[in-house]
Ligand binder design. Structure first.
Ligand SMILES: NC(=O)c1ccc[n+]([C@@H]2O[C@H](COP(=O)([O-])OP(=O)(O)OC[C@H]3O[C@@H](n4cnc5c(N)ncnc54)[C@H](O)[C@@H]3O)[C@@H](O)[C@H]2O)c1
Length: 396
């Protein structure tokens, strides 16, 4: 790169950033679309910007809806990623309205056309530290990006909480015309649990007849129960502190439920788990809460020689305490972590959603609350109050 290129890049960056900080319009005009811009903690502004024209490698999507994720709620409340101003929303789906001439196929190689329903995945970046080690570990790249967690720029339509989203060249996206909107909104969180199950299988401890314990019955734990049930696993113990969530767990395939709030003290809780697992403790456990206390507890629920998958900490909620003597050495538990998903997990996710529906699991019931974009603030507050399961923004 010579000095002139550097200067040109600097100027372009400056112009783009100035365009990005142009005063937004708060009134609709022809050719504009809305975004819900998080402009400060707990403050959304509905802003109007010109609808972008897709370049040769780009796709313009008309957003139909987007689920609210715990990560959106964290960003809304505390801005831990330092992204403000930002258009959030990464669990979205919509239809292709325009696309550049070079766009012909999705990330699975399927043809794409105007009107197709699509979902996006992570924009994976090849981090040589990771890919040199294992080509299948693209999910661990430290430089990947996600629509809905991108800094604002001159495009503005960078997250799914808006009327449109512009998908850039090189992004991963999938056509999924055969799923209804509610199921499409569950694709991203379902991919998280599909990846966790794939990770769990690498331990060799998750089998058809395993007694499996799922700790935490938010959207992640509930989808996990549905995946296990779809795989034919039929001994599933769900653990949570909310009866309403445990009732969903039963609907989705849990055979036993334990409300932690009913048991005071570790011994009482251990007795409950022992009883629910036929006196043996769990062969395998999935930890799906973001609670360090819950992480400390879950080891005790696993039998000697069993397995554990930790997927509950997408954000840093602090240290957890375990006893290396009782929890690790003496039991020889095999532990595996799980971090987002790979592109391959998406194909499995689409299969899972269709199979779950075919065996009658009421997955759509997980989308408990729907709000228009103008009420996004209430949707985020509802998520934080944990009154629903999956709260979604649905465009009128
Ligand atoms: N590994 C990944 O790539 C990945 C991706 C997405 C989300 N996550 C994480 O998964 C976790 C679950 O996500 P979610 O959307 O379902 O969250 P959520 O907050 O809706 O659900 C968590 C559930 O855990 C329950 N819980 C809390 N403490 C408990 C305890 N001590 N014992 C039993 N249950 C308890 C809560 O009642 C709640 O139902 C989050 O912490 C999130 O950060 C991880």
């Amino acid at each position: 790169m010579d000095i002139n290129t550097v200067n040109i890049e600097k100027i372009v960056k400056q112009v783009l950033s100035e365009m990005g900080t142009q005063k937004p319009s708060h009134q609709p005009t022809p050719g504009t679309g809305r975004v819900a811009m998080l402009t400060a903690k707990e403050t959304f502004e509905i802003q109007h910007y010109p609808i972008p024209e897709p370049g040769d490698d780009e796709i313009l999507i008309k957003v139909e809806g987007c689920g609210v994720c715990g990560t959106d709620a964290h960003e809304y409340k505390n801005d831990p990623f330092g992204l403000i101003p930002v258009v959030l929303g990464h669990e979205g789906s919509g239809s292709v309205v325009k696309m550049g001439k070079n766009v012909t196929r999705d990330s699975a190689g399927n043809p794409v056309k105007i009107g197709d329903k699509i979902v996006t995945s992570v924009m994976f970046d090849d981090d040589p530290d990771i890919t040199m080690m294992d080509m299948n570990k693209q999910n661990l790249s430290s430089t990947s990006a996600v629509y809905g967690l991108l800094p604002d720029d001159h495009i503005h339509f960078n997250g799914w909480f808006g009327d449109y989203i512009l998908i850039r060249g090189g992004s991963s996206f999938f056509v999924c015309n055969d799923l209804n909107l509610d199921l499409r909104l569950l694709v991203e969180p379902a991919a998280v649990v599909i990846h966790a199950v794939e990770q769990a299988k690498t331990t060799g401890k998750l089998r058809f007849n395993s007694r499996v314990l799922v700790q935490g019955c938010g959207p992640i734990g509930l989808l996990l129960i549905a995946v296990l049930r779809t795989m034919g696993i039929h001994n599933i113990v769900a653990v949570d502190g909310e009866d309403k969530r445990l009732s969903f767990a039963r609907d989705l395939g849990a055979t036993e439920t334990i409300n932690v709030k009913r048991y005071s003290g570790q011994e009482a809780m251990l007795d409950a788990v022992k009883t629910a697992t036929g006196g043996k403790f769990a062969d395998f456990a999935f930890q799906c809460t973001g609670s360090p206390t819950a992480h400390g507890a879950v080891w005790k629920f696993v039998r000697r020689g069993g397995g554990l998958c930790e997927l509950g900490f997408f954000v840093d909620n602090g240290e957890a305490t375990i006893n290396p003597h009782f929890d690790i050495c003496q039991k020889e538990i095999t532990v595996v972590g799980s971090w987002v998903y790979t592109l391959r997990d998406y194909a499995t996710t689409f299969d899972f959603l269709k199979r779950a529906k075919a065996i009658g699991l009421p997955l759509e019931k997980l989308v408990t609350h729907k709000y228009p974009l103008a009420q996004i603030d209430e949707a985020l507050k509802m998520n934080l109050r944990m009154e629903g399961i999956k709260v979604a923004i649905i465009n009128e």
